[in-house]
Design a protein around this ligand. Sequence first.
Ligand SMILES: C[S@@+](CC[C@H](N)C(=O)[O-])C[C@H]1O[C@@H](n2cnc3c(N)ncnc32)[C@H](O)[C@@H]1O
Length: 276
Amino acid sequence: MHIWEQSVKETQILRDCAEKNLSRKNYSYCYGELDDSRTIPNQPYPVSLTEEEGILLHALIKQFGLSNGYEIATAFGYSSSYIGLALTGQLYSLDCYVEESEGQMDYSFQRMVMETEKSRARVAAGDYPKGLSIARAMAAATGWIDRSSFVVGLSPNHVAELFPMGVKIDFAFIDGGHFDDQPTKDVAAIIPFLSEKAIVAFHDSRGNPSVANAIEHCRTVVGGGLVDFYTRHGISIVTKGIRSDEIEGFSRFLFREKMPLKRLYFGIAGKLGIKA
Ligand SMILES: C[S@@+](CC[C@H](N)C(=O)[O-])C[C@H]1O[C@@H](n2cnc3c(N)ncnc32)[C@H](O)[C@@H]1O
Protein backbone atom coordinates (compact mmCIF):
# COMPACT_ATOMS: atom_id res chain seq x y z
CA MET A 1 0.00 0.00 0.00
CA HIS A 2 1.35 3.47 -0.87
CA ILE A 3 2.19 5.64 2.11
CA TRP A 4 -0.56 8.10 1.05
CA GLU A 5 -3.28 5.47 1.39
CA GLN A 6 -1.79 4.40 4.71
CA SER A 7 -1.96 8.00 5.94
CA VAL A 8 -5.59 8.35 4.82
CA LYS A 9 -6.40 5.27 6.92
CA GLU A 10 -4.29 6.17 9.97
CA THR A 11 -5.72 9.69 10.20
CA GLN A 12 -9.39 8.66 9.93
CA ILE A 13 -9.50 8.75 13.73
CA LEU A 14 -8.87 12.52 13.56
CA ARG A 15 -11.68 13.15 11.13
CA ASP A 16 -14.05 11.08 13.29
CA CYS A 17 -12.99 13.13 16.30
CA ALA A 18 -13.40 16.41 14.36
CA GLU A 19 -16.88 15.44 13.20
CA LYS A 20 -17.92 15.26 16.86
CA ASN A 21 -16.10 18.31 18.23
CA LEU A 22 -15.44 20.83 15.45
CA SER A 23 -17.40 22.65 12.76
CA ARG A 24 -16.77 22.18 9.09
CA LYS A 25 -15.87 25.28 7.10
CA ASN A 26 -17.77 25.00 3.84
CA TYR A 27 -16.19 26.54 0.80
CA SER A 28 -18.33 27.55 -2.14
CA TYR A 29 -16.46 25.25 -4.49
CA CYS A 30 -14.58 22.24 -3.30
CA TYR A 31 -13.41 18.76 -4.14
CA GLY A 32 -15.34 16.93 -1.48
CA GLU A 33 -15.10 16.45 2.25
CA LEU A 34 -11.33 16.14 2.38
CA ASP A 35 -11.05 19.61 0.85
CA ASP A 36 -12.74 21.27 3.86
CA SER A 37 -11.15 23.05 6.82
CA ARG A 38 -12.35 23.04 10.42
CA THR A 39 -13.21 25.71 12.96
CA ILE A 40 -14.20 25.83 16.62
CA PRO A 41 -18.04 25.63 16.72
CA ASN A 42 -19.67 29.08 16.39
CA GLN A 43 -16.36 30.81 15.82
CA PRO A 44 -15.24 31.99 12.36
CA TYR A 45 -11.50 32.16 13.21
CA PRO A 46 -9.03 30.54 13.48
CA VAL A 47 -9.40 28.23 10.48
CA SER A 48 -7.44 24.98 10.16
CA LEU A 49 -5.69 23.40 7.20
CA THR A 50 -7.84 21.10 5.07
CA GLU A 51 -8.04 17.34 5.62
CA GLU A 52 -6.11 16.77 2.40
CA GLU A 53 -3.36 19.11 3.58
CA GLY A 54 -3.24 17.27 6.91
CA ILE A 55 -2.92 13.92 5.14
CA LEU A 56 -0.09 15.34 3.04
CA LEU A 57 1.86 16.45 6.14
CA HIS A 58 1.21 13.10 7.83
CA ALA A 59 2.42 11.18 4.77
CA LEU A 60 5.59 13.29 4.40
CA ILE A 61 6.54 12.78 8.05
CA LYS A 62 5.91 9.04 7.81
CA GLN A 63 7.84 8.70 4.57
CA PHE A 64 11.03 9.98 6.18
CA GLY A 65 10.42 8.61 9.70
CA LEU A 66 10.76 12.08 11.24
CA SER A 67 11.03 12.35 15.00
CA ASN A 68 10.62 15.82 16.62
CA GLY A 69 8.37 18.55 15.26
CA TYR A 70 7.57 22.21 15.80
CA GLU A 71 4.48 24.15 14.80
CA ILE A 72 3.47 27.77 14.75
CA ALA A 73 0.58 27.75 15.48
CA THR A 74 -1.77 25.44 17.41
CA ALA A 75 -5.12 27.28 16.99
CA PHE A 76 -7.25 24.32 18.20
CA GLY A 77 -4.80 21.57 17.43
CA TYR A 78 -6.09 20.21 14.14
CA SER A 79 -2.82 20.48 12.19
CA SER A 80 -1.09 19.47 15.45
CA SER A 81 -2.93 16.16 15.49
CA TYR A 82 -2.08 15.30 11.87
CA ILE A 83 1.57 16.09 12.61
CA GLY A 84 1.69 14.62 16.13
CA LEU A 85 0.16 11.31 15.04
CA ALA A 86 2.86 10.87 12.39
CA LEU A 87 5.95 11.89 14.37
CA THR A 88 7.79 9.35 16.49
CA GLY A 89 9.01 12.04 18.91
CA GLN A 90 7.68 15.23 20.49
CA LEU A 91 5.60 17.98 18.86
CA TYR A 92 6.21 21.47 20.24
CA SER A 93 3.23 23.66 19.29
CA LEU A 94 3.06 27.38 20.08
CA ASP A 95 0.15 29.85 20.01
CA CYS A 96 -0.76 33.13 21.71
CA TYR A 97 -4.49 32.62 20.92
CA VAL A 98 -4.88 36.07 19.39
CA GLU A 99 -7.20 34.84 16.60
CA GLU A 100 -9.49 33.05 19.02
CA SER A 101 -9.77 36.20 21.09
CA GLU A 102 -10.13 38.61 18.15
CA GLY A 103 -12.39 36.37 16.03
CA GLN A 104 -10.54 37.52 12.91
CA MET A 105 -7.08 37.33 11.34
CA ASP A 106 -6.13 40.99 11.10
CA TYR A 107 -4.15 42.05 14.17
CA SER A 108 -1.00 43.96 15.04
CA PHE A 109 2.13 42.56 16.65
CA GLN A 110 1.34 44.71 19.70
CA ARG A 111 -2.02 42.97 19.95
CA MET A 112 -0.26 39.59 19.87
CA VAL A 113 2.08 40.65 22.68
CA MET A 114 -0.93 41.65 24.80
CA GLU A 115 -2.84 38.46 23.99
CA THR A 116 0.16 36.34 24.93
CA GLU A 117 0.31 37.92 28.39
CA LYS A 118 -3.45 37.58 28.80
CA SER A 119 -3.51 33.92 27.67
CA ARG A 120 -0.56 33.04 29.90
CA ALA A 121 -2.27 34.60 32.92
CA ARG A 122 -5.50 32.75 32.11
CA VAL A 123 -3.74 29.39 31.82
CA ALA A 124 -1.86 30.00 35.07
CA ALA A 125 -5.28 30.49 36.71
CA GLY A 126 -6.56 27.22 35.18
CA ASP A 127 -8.76 28.96 32.59
CA TYR A 128 -7.65 27.54 29.21
CA PRO A 129 -8.37 29.17 25.83
CA LYS A 130 -10.95 27.04 24.01
CA GLY A 131 -8.44 26.14 21.29
CA LEU A 132 -5.92 24.83 23.78
CA SER A 133 -8.52 22.68 25.56
CA ILE A 134 -9.69 21.22 22.24
CA ALA A 135 -6.08 20.61 21.11
CA ARG A 136 -5.28 18.70 24.29
CA ALA A 137 -8.53 16.72 24.20
CA MET A 138 -7.94 15.74 20.59
CA ALA A 139 -4.34 14.69 21.24
CA ALA A 140 -5.58 12.56 24.16
CA ALA A 141 -8.42 11.02 22.14
CA THR A 142 -6.12 10.13 19.27
CA GLY A 143 -3.35 8.70 21.41
CA TRP A 144 -0.34 11.05 21.21
CA ILE A 145 -0.86 13.41 24.18
CA ASP A 146 2.30 12.01 25.85
CA ARG A 147 4.37 13.36 22.97
CA SER A 148 2.71 16.80 22.88
CA SER A 149 3.97 20.12 24.24
CA PHE A 150 1.30 22.78 23.72
CA VAL A 151 2.79 26.07 24.86
CA VAL A 152 1.17 29.50 25.18
CA GLY A 153 3.66 31.95 23.72
CA LEU A 154 4.66 34.28 20.96
CA SER A 155 6.68 33.68 17.82
CA PRO A 156 9.47 34.52 17.32
CA ASN A 157 10.10 35.74 20.91
CA HIS A 158 9.48 32.47 22.77
CA VAL A 159 10.61 29.87 20.23
CA ALA A 160 14.15 29.30 21.51
CA GLU A 161 12.97 28.58 25.06
CA LEU A 162 10.60 25.81 23.92
CA PHE A 163 13.21 23.12 23.39
CA PRO A 164 15.22 21.22 25.98
CA MET A 165 19.00 21.54 25.50
CA GLY A 166 20.26 19.71 22.42
CA VAL A 167 16.84 18.92 20.92
CA LYS A 168 16.79 19.07 17.13
CA ILE A 169 13.70 19.55 15.00
CA ASP A 170 13.02 17.31 11.98
CA PHE A 171 9.73 18.83 10.88
CA ALA A 172 8.46 22.41 11.16
CA PHE A 173 5.04 23.74 10.14
CA ILE A 174 4.77 27.50 9.58
CA ASP A 175 1.15 28.68 9.86
CA GLY A 176 1.01 31.65 12.25
CA GLY A 177 0.52 35.30 11.19
CA HIS A 178 0.38 35.62 7.39
CA PHE A 179 1.19 39.33 7.05
CA ASP A 180 4.24 41.59 6.58
CA ASP A 181 7.50 39.90 7.58
CA GLN A 182 5.88 37.76 10.31
CA PRO A 183 6.19 34.42 8.40
CA THR A 184 9.87 35.20 7.74
CA LYS A 185 10.45 35.94 11.44
CA ASP A 186 8.58 32.73 12.31
CA VAL A 187 10.73 30.52 10.11
CA ALA A 188 13.99 32.32 10.94
CA ALA A 189 13.41 31.46 14.61
CA ILE A 190 13.27 27.70 13.95
CA ILE A 191 16.04 27.34 11.34
CA PRO A 192 18.88 27.15 13.96
CA PHE A 193 17.15 24.14 15.54
CA LEU A 194 16.70 22.08 12.37
CA SER A 195 18.32 18.64 12.13
CA GLU A 196 20.61 17.72 9.27
CA LYS A 197 17.66 15.99 7.61
CA ALA A 198 14.53 18.11 7.96
CA ILE A 199 11.37 19.35 6.29
CA VAL A 200 9.88 22.83 6.69
CA ALA A 201 6.26 23.08 5.52
CA PHE A 202 4.55 26.40 4.84
CA HIS A 203 0.76 26.76 4.85
CA ASP A 204 -1.12 29.30 2.69
CA SER A 205 1.64 29.43 0.14
CA ARG A 206 -0.72 30.16 -2.75
CA GLY A 207 -0.71 33.85 -3.62
CA ASN A 208 0.51 35.26 -0.31
CA PRO A 209 3.61 37.47 -0.80
CA SER A 210 4.53 37.39 2.91
CA VAL A 211 4.59 33.59 2.88
CA ALA A 212 6.48 33.62 -0.45
CA ASN A 213 9.20 35.79 1.13
CA ALA A 214 9.46 33.44 4.09
CA ILE A 215 9.85 30.44 1.77
CA GLU A 216 12.58 32.22 -0.17
CA HIS A 217 14.36 33.17 3.07
CA CYS A 218 14.21 29.57 4.31
CA ARG A 219 15.43 28.13 1.02
CA THR A 220 18.34 30.54 0.86
CA VAL A 221 19.48 29.96 4.45
CA VAL A 222 18.89 26.20 4.51
CA GLY A 223 20.16 25.70 0.96
CA GLY A 224 17.66 22.94 0.26
CA GLY A 225 15.04 22.06 -2.32
CA LEU A 226 11.55 23.47 -2.77
CA VAL A 227 8.35 21.65 -3.72
CA ASP A 228 4.99 23.43 -4.10
CA PHE A 229 1.86 21.36 -3.58
CA TYR A 230 -1.35 22.51 -5.21
CA THR A 231 -3.86 22.17 -2.37
CA ARG A 232 -6.74 24.48 -1.39
CA HIS A 233 -4.49 26.91 0.50
CA GLY A 234 -1.15 25.75 -0.90
CA ILE A 235 1.55 23.84 0.98
CA SER A 236 5.18 24.50 0.09
CA ILE A 237 7.99 22.36 1.39
CA VAL A 238 11.61 23.35 1.86
CA THR A 239 13.84 20.35 2.35
CA LYS A 240 17.14 20.12 4.17
CA GLY A 241 19.27 17.03 3.54
CA ILE A 242 16.37 15.40 1.67
CA ARG A 243 16.19 15.35 -2.13
CA SER A 244 13.13 17.26 -3.31
CA ASP A 245 12.43 14.68 -6.03
CA GLU A 246 11.79 12.17 -3.21
CA ILE A 247 8.65 14.07 -2.25
CA GLU A 248 7.38 15.37 -5.58
CA GLY A 249 5.46 12.10 -6.15
CA PHE A 250 2.93 12.97 -3.46
CA SER A 251 1.38 15.61 -5.70
CA ARG A 252 -0.23 12.95 -7.88
CA PHE A 253 -2.61 12.14 -5.00
CA LEU A 254 -3.95 15.69 -4.70
CA PHE A 255 -7.46 16.45 -5.98
CA ARG A 256 -6.38 19.43 -8.05
CA GLU A 257 -3.66 17.40 -9.78
CA LYS A 258 -5.84 14.34 -10.36
CA MET A 259 -8.73 16.31 -11.82
CA PRO A 260 -7.41 19.19 -13.90
CA LEU A 261 -10.71 19.72 -15.78
CA LYS A 262 -12.64 19.90 -12.55
CA ARG A 263 -10.00 22.33 -11.34
CA LEU A 264 -10.57 24.54 -14.36
CA TYR A 265 -14.35 24.38 -13.93
CA PHE A 266 -14.24 25.22 -10.20
CA GLY A 267 -11.65 27.91 -10.83
CA ILE A 268 -13.95 29.68 -13.32
CA ALA A 269 -17.05 29.04 -11.19
CA GLY A 270 -15.26 30.48 -8.16
CA LYS A 271 -14.20 33.60 -10.04
CA LEU A 272 -17.78 34.13 -11.25
CA GLY A 273 -19.08 33.62 -7.72
CA ILE A 274 -21.09 30.53 -8.75
CA LYS A 275 -21.69 28.08 -5.94
CA ALA A 276 -20.79 24.69 -7.39
C1 LIG B 1 -4.30 29.81 10.77
S1 LIG B 1 -4.30 29.57 12.48
C2 LIG B 1 -3.41 28.06 12.67
C3 LIG B 1 -4.20 26.87 12.22
C4 LIG B 1 -3.61 25.52 12.60
N1 LIG B 1 -2.21 25.44 12.20
C5 LIG B 1 -4.38 24.41 11.95
O1 LIG B 1 -4.23 24.21 10.73
O2 LIG B 1 -5.16 23.71 12.63
C6 LIG B 1 -3.12 30.76 12.98
C7 LIG B 1 -2.87 30.79 14.49
O3 LIG B 1 -1.66 31.52 14.68
C8 LIG B 1 -1.71 32.20 15.91
N2 LIG B 1 -0.65 33.22 15.83
C9 LIG B 1 -0.53 34.17 14.88
N3 LIG B 1 0.63 34.83 15.04
C10 LIG B 1 1.24 34.31 16.13
C11 LIG B 1 2.47 34.57 16.80
N4 LIG B 1 3.33 35.50 16.36
N5 LIG B 1 2.80 33.84 17.88
C12 LIG B 1 1.95 32.88 18.34
N6 LIG B 1 0.79 32.57 17.73
C13 LIG B 1 0.43 33.28 16.64
C14 LIG B 1 -3.14 32.70 15.99
O4 LIG B 1 -3.55 32.94 17.30
C15 LIG B 1 -3.90 31.52 15.34
O5 LIG B 1 -4.39 30.63 16.33
